[in-house]
Design a protein around this ligand. Structure first.
Ligand SMILES: Cc1cc2nc3c(=O)[nH]c(=O)nc-3n(C[C@H](O)[C@H](O)[C@H](O)COP(=O)(O)OP(=O)(O)OC[C@H]3O[C@@H](n4cnc5c(N)ncnc54)[C@H](O)[C@@H]3O)c2cc1C
Ligand SMILES: *[C@@H]1O[C@H](CO)[C@@H](O)[C@H](O)[C@H]1NC(C)=O
Ligand SMILES: *[C@@H]1O[C@H](CO)[C@@H](O)[C@H](O)[C@H]1NC(C)=O
Ligand SMILES: *[C@@H]1O[C@H](CO)[C@@H](O)[C@H](O)[C@H]1NC(C)=O
Ligand SMILES: *[C@@H]1O[C@H](CO)[C@@H](O)[C@H](O)[C@H]1NC(C)=O
Ligand SMILES: *[C@@H]1O[C@H](CO)[C@@H](O)[C@H](O)[C@H]1NC(C)=O
Ligand SMILES: *[C@@H]1O[C@H](CO)[C@@H](O)[C@H](O)[C@H]1NC(C)=O
Length: 642
């Protein structure tokens, strides 16, 4: 393996592009090296993980990262003098997407963000740092197919767990902090020395233990450690933050800024990858990378000799592929792009977590427990104390708690005795073929997409039936959350599938998202079961003792299927910012886009490494998974080139 010919670039073109003066860049555009073996497209969560590892281990090979955003680290979104209720006004930029209207949700759009900065979404996210279950990852491995590849390319739990561990350095809380908040953990789930930090906040608002007691009254049991592959119950999740400073740890600092300068690790920011180009067809890769400077709009090609790694995230990777002529051929034709590889799955398997809240209010006067987050804005003394505490070493106080770090994860069998009615419906629509009517219209009749969806539904039915595999997440939310006390219902394993497609009137801009939420009607059965389960909160002695009064959906609505469905349609958030699965790791005859080695089917020298490659969502927020996928992908690529 390997290649010896040095590469690249039309350096002339590169140097003519406007350079971006930035003190944090280790090299300006004009100083770029004369040859690159690897180009990583997107300096986000997975992309920087791969670039860091490739340059660390393949010391004779040169890697260039091309990032759309700038280098902009502090202040983070939740850093003083702000908290999560009033995010920092100068937080790093994000793409803001409003999806097409969702007909099943009264025409409501999904609002989705994605980081547009070095570090990608890990630099702007909520820092809740949990992992999916072993059931999720074994299901993904099953969907990825058995292509006879080496063990390294198996994506089952045992093939992933070591990469979850490797990616982070977890620092447990001190004994006194642990005792104060009843934190539990098991160091066996960690033990890595990765450059991303995770730790537990040294603060909780006073209503956290209240909800925790109520959860236990609902029959949900605390789980000692939720990061070891099982997490059905009440979970603590570490946050992606430094154990001493409590500042955000993200891909931009962990995998770039904190890396000692390496002669083989280059980055350009403020440049957009337009597409990859195969001058002699996709079998004679690697492709060239066509890049647009965001400063002067010039276009240039980067010639690559090793591989191009697409890591632009689940919303942008499919748009780069489509601009490259890799995607659903009928759609490409409508866009006037000639098809290079007909891959109907590109941008066609969009999934996200979604769901409504249940809400309540407390009897007046407000419960006597405190402090609650409003003190940060209403009480200058409290705020001054919080700011002083944060600047101590180690940092203390409210600012060490970014959002929340606990949640319940509950399986369908633990929510409703009727769970088999639901999974039976799923199996029936999968096996009799009626489910394909729920696929996006432009790929609905494609035999590969139909076969893949059928398999996804069968695998999901199994997950939903498993009493240890969560279907619902409800993160702790303070009684002072915007809109009042609320407990959100996340649908962790949705059945509906949406699309990401280029905007034909401006194909270089953000793509068009069609979430198609609720297009598979069984998602509503799941939403209803989850809301009915969460309403048990209101019957707990803990909440009743505090005079909690349900404000929505209410007993009358909850008692009636049609009325409750109406509530779900009106109240649901259609994205919890976890878009995925738009270049799924599944075989080509199942509508997949990449194989278990993450190579794009039919394309030479082109891989995808980001949250696009998951075939289905895990029962987790995605950043820990994005790092683990980056770590595993790096090992796969290194093994190919070493
Ligand atoms: C607001 C928000 C809150 C979230 N909260 C949490 C949370 O609390 N916990 C959690 O675990 N997860 C959370 N997530 C999700 C998680 O952060 C993401 O799923 C994960 O980081 C995605 O990683 P990625 O590598 O797939 O993409 P990203 O990290 O988004 O990286 C993609 C990168 O590609 C760049 N890019 C895009 N297009 C181009 C192009 N054409 N050319 C060059 N560069 C390009 C982008 O600028 C970006 O830097 C949240 C996400 C958001 C947006
Ligand atoms: C799971 O993955 C590991 C590689 O990490 C592999 O050795 C093992 O055979 C896989 N198990 C199955 C059942 O595929
Ligand atoms: C911690 O757990 C103990 C025992 O379960 C309980 O009595 C106590 O109230 C808990 N404290 C907090 C802050 O949750
Ligand atoms: C990049 O290369 C392709 C294939 O040779 C070519 O069609 C395209 O015009 C080039 N782009 C630029 C900006 O030079
Ligand atoms: C304001 O915060 C201070 C310091 O924590 C506290 O002692 C005081 O009771 C608070 N005042 C109110 C009105 O809550
Ligand atoms: C597509 O792009 C055009 C031109 O920029 C814009 O006006 C339009 O809103 C976009 N469409 C969608 C659905 O985002
Ligand atoms: C709450 O308790 C009442 C009285 O026991 C019961 O009728 C109702 O079904 C319970 N509600 C929920 C959501 O469990």
């Amino acid at each position: 393996m390997g290649f010896s010919v040095a590469i690249i670039v039309s350096l002339a073109a590169l140097t003519s592009a406007a350079s971006v003066p930035n003190a944090n860049l280790k090299r300006q555009v004009s100083q770029l090296q004369s040859s690159y073996d690897f180009v990583v497209v997107g300096g986000g969560t997975s992309g920087l993980t791969v670039a860091d590892r490739l340059t660390q281990h393949l010391t004779t090979k040169k890697t260039l990262v091309i990032e759309y955003g700038d280098i902009q680290f502090a202040p983070g979104q939740f850093d003083p003098p702000t908290n999560w209720i009033t995010p920092h006004p100068n937080a790093p930029p994000s793409w803001n997407f409003n999806s097409l209207p969702n007909p099943e949700f009264n025409g409501k759009t999904a609002f989705v963000r994605a980081g547009q900065v070095l570090g990608g979404s890990s630099a702007v996210n909520g820092m809740f740092f949990d992992r999916g279950t072993k059931f999720d990852h074994n299901a993904m491995a099953e969907l990825s197919g058995d292509d006879g590849g080496p063990p390294l390319t198996k994506w089952n739990w045992s093939g992933m767990y070591s990469y979850f561990k490797k990616s982070v350095t977890f620092t447990p809380p001190s004994a006194s902090v642990a005792a104060k908040y009843n934190y539990t953990w098991d160091e066996a789930a960690y033990g890595g020395t990765g450059p991303v930090y995770s730790s537990m906040a040294r603060f909780q608002w006073a209503d956290q233990p209240v909800l925790r007691r109520a959860w236990q009254e609902m029959g949900i049991n605390p789980v000692k450690e939720c990061a070891d592959g099982t997490k059905e119950g009440i979970c603590w999740a570490p946050a992606s933050q430094h154990p001493i400073t409590a500042l955000r740890s993200h891909a931009g600092n962990a995998h770039y800024a904190n890396v000692q300068p390496r002669a083989n690790y280059d980055l350009i920011v403020k440049h957009q990858v337009v597409r990859v180009v195969y001058p002699n067809g996709p079998k004679s890769g690697p492709p060239r990378v066509e890049v647009r400077s965001l400063l002067d709009n010039t276009l240039f090609n980067v010639t690559v000799t090793g591989e191009v790694i697409l890591s632009a995230g689940a919303l942008h990777t499919p748009s780069i592929l489509q601009r490259s002529g890799i995607g659903p051929s009928a759609f490409l034709a409508s866009a006037g792009i000639s098809t290079v590889i007909d891959l109907p799955g590109v941008g066609s398997n969009l999934q996200d977590h979604s769901g409504p809240p249940v809400t309540w209010s407390y009897s007046s006067p407000y419960p006597s427990f405190g402090p609650l987050p409003s003190q940060m804005t209403s009480n200058a003394t409290f705020k001054a104390e919080a700011t002083a505490a944060f600047s101590q070493t180690p940092a203390e106080g409210p600012y060490t708690l970014a959002g929340g770090n606990s949640a319940i994860f509950v399986s369908l069998p633990h929510m409703t005795a009727q769970y088999k009615t639901i999974t039976k419906k799923i199996r029936k629509m999968a096996t009799d073929g009626s489910a394909s009517a729920y696929l996006p219209p432009d790929i609905r009749t494609d035999p590969a997409m139909k076969a893949g969806y059928k398999q996804q539904l069968l695998v999901l039915a199994e997950l939903l039936e498993n009493p240890d595999s969560p279907s619902l997440e409800s993160p702790w939310a303070t009684s002072e959350a915007p809109g009042g006390a609320m407990a959100l219902s996340f649908l962790l394993h949705p059945l509906s599938r949406g699309t990401v497609r280029l905007n034909l009137s401006s194909p270089l801009d953000q793509p068009i998202l069609d979430y198609r939420a609720g297009s598979n009607p069984v998602d509503f059965d799941l939403h209803l079961a989850q809301v009915r389960f969460l309403r048990r909160l209101f019957n707990t002695t803990t909440l009743q003792g505090l005079g909690a009064t349900e404000t929505a959906p209410g007993a009358a609505v909850a008692a009636d299927d049609a009325a409750l469905k109406g509530y779900v349609k009106q109240a649901a958030y259609l994205s919890f910012m976890h878009p995925c699965c738009t270049a799924a790791m599944m075989p080509k005859p199942k509508g997949g886009v990449v194989g278990r080695d993450l190579k794009v089917h039919g394309a030479k020298g082109l891989r995808v490494v980001d949250m696009s490659v998951l075939p289905i969502l895990p029962a987790a927020h995605l950043s820990a998974t994005a790092y683990a996928v980056g770590e595993k992908a790096a090992d796969i690529i290194i093994a190919d080139w070493e």
